[in-house]
Design a protein around this ligand. Structure first.
Ligand SMILES: Cc1cc2nc3c(=O)[nH]c(=O)nc-3n(C[C@H](O)[C@H](O)[C@H](O)COP(=O)(O)OP(=O)(O)OC[C@H]3O[C@@H](n4cnc5c(N)ncnc54)[C@H](O)[C@@H]3O)c2cc1C
Length: 422
């Protein structure tokens, strides 16, 4: 019997420390600082750097990475327990050295980077001395890479990159971008695209505008690459290998988002319950009304179901150490995540009445974030298709006119089986 839902006692103590540290020291930063990626802002230096030193001294820095890269090699289950606490605060991931997209970008640099690329980009990225950006989506279409047009062509011993990228998160703060470009238009994009490391200061790189979601900072960039000249040493992971490279970051990244969403949805549920116990209308507490109780019950059940799915997926990643074997699980988590966050945040918003809908409460932003979660790293529809295809692999068609589970057919088979006894 190997089923076990316990956290080992030593790590449980560590989680208690993280919980207290995040709620007392980190969550308040969300109310006084701007973007967690604006690492050169004076407030970041004064308030975030000392907390990062405490986390490093405690041995909790960059826990998504193995020890060879300065992380703890915790594995995904422990990381899930940690990330659901970090998810409660905008600044917690950067305080713990595990913020997207740098976390995913560091994974691909570690996996595919050359020695030179690792020392130029990975080392400072892991130390949070610089931040990075991942630019794959294009303005004419993100969900379908076959629509991508950004082209990199060889010119002597250099590459010339031309095109536009859309919603490149944190490009405005990034020291370098990881950019997907077509290098062989004569084959499918899945075989003919290559990843390039593009330093933000390279001539020809220009942010056309920064786009915001909700009332947060405008951090998603519309970027133009106009005849940007790159050397062979800027190719990341080999020519034509862009999708293999992208998969390394997207697999882990999607699960890490889901872990943090548990924290965000949990925070909304906490607010919902506190309000239900605090507000009276028509002679009784909201908590005493059955329609409100249904919302509380649904929210709790949905969050627990989602958490179990995330934990099981984390456990399977640790077990197989191969993202291809957990594709169905990761896509299921990714597809479930926006709905859980949306439904719980929307209920929390509604139960708070007018103030819930206002910008004095976080719920409207959280509902908007649920939609973002349903698009970033691949839309929900695409992940549901993946789940369905993977599920269908375990089935085969019936050649009979009436299938075996058709009741008369099943009854006839049962009668035949037991004919001696009946
Ligand atoms: C907050 C946020 C951060 C992001 N950060 C980055 C980043 O750092 N780097 C980056 O490269 N990109 C980033 N993206 C872009 C993201 O990857 C794209 O939004 C996503 O791939 C969808 O592309 P699109 O926005 O062009 O939508 P479209 O491709 O135009 O999709 C339009 C609609 O079609 C739906 N759809 C798509 N496929 C199917 C299908 N097969 N069946 C039915 N419906 C379908 C979509 O869900 C959507 O509703 C980010 C997005 C968000 C919201």
């Amino acid at each position: 019997m190997a089923w076990d839902f316990e956290t080992d006692p030593d790590f449980a103590l560590e989680l208690e420390w993280i919980d207290q540290f995040v709620s007392e020291e980190v969550e308040p930063l969300d109310h006084v600082l701007g973007s967690p990626w604006d690492i050169h802002a004076p407030g970041f230096q004064t308030l975030v750097r000392p907390l990062q030193r405490i986390v490093k001294a405690r041995g909790l820095w960059a826990c998504h990475l193995g020890p060879e890269l300065g992380g703890q090699g915790f594995g995904q289950v422990k990381l899930a327990l940690m990330n659901e606490i970090l998810g409660r605060s905008e600044f917690a991931p950067v305080v713990f050295g595990a913020q997207a997209p740098d976390s995913g970008n560091s994974e691909i640099l570690a996996h595919y980077g050359t020695v030179e690329q690792k020392s130029r980009y990975l080392a400072p990225l892991l130390a949070n001395d610089i931040v990075s950006c991942f630019a794959m989506t294009e303005p004419q279409g993100g969900a379908d890479p076959k629509q991508f047009k950004t082209l990199a062509q060889r010119d002597g011993d250099q590459w010339v990159l031309t095109g536009e990228k859309w919603f490149a998160s944190n490009a405005r703060y990034a020291d370098f971008y990881i950019v997907m470009a077509i290098t062989d238009p004569d084959v499918t994009v899945y075989q003919g695209a290559t990843m390039f490391i593009v330093p933000a200061s390279t001539p020809g790189v220009r942010i056309l505008r920064n786009v915001g979601c909700g009332d947060g900072e405008q951090t998603h960039a519309y970027v133009s690459f106009d005849k940007v000249r790159l050397d062979e040493c800027n190719v990341l992971g080999g020519v034509g290998q862009a999708f293999a490279v992208a998969q390394v970051r997207l697999g882990g990244g999607r699960v890490h988002h889901a872990m943090r969403v548990i924290g965000q949805a949990g925070k909304a549920l906490d607010a919902l319950c506190e309000r239900a116990l605090s507000r009276t209308t028509q002679g009784s507490l909201l908590a005493e009304k059955q329609m409100i109780q249904e919302r509380i019950a649904d929210s709790w059940i949905e969050l627990e179901q989602f958490r179990l799915l995330v934990m099981r997926t984390a456990w399977r990643i640790d077990k197989y150490q191969d993202y291809r074997k957990v594709r169905k699980d990761i896509s299921a988590v990714k597809a479930a995540m926006p709905k859980v966050l949306h439904d719980i945040a929307a209920r929390a918003l509604h139960i708070h009445g007018s103030i819930g809908a206002s910008n004095e409460m976080p719920f409207a932003n959280l509902v908007n974030r649920a939609f973002q979660m349903g698009l970033a790293d691949g839309p929900t529809e695409v992940h549901k298709v993946t789940v369905a295809k993977q599920v269908l692999r375990d089935y085969s068609p019936s050649t009979a006119l009436f299938p075996a589970y058709h009741r008369p057919t099943a009854q006839a088979a049962a009668r035949e089986k037991f004919k001696a006894q009946l």
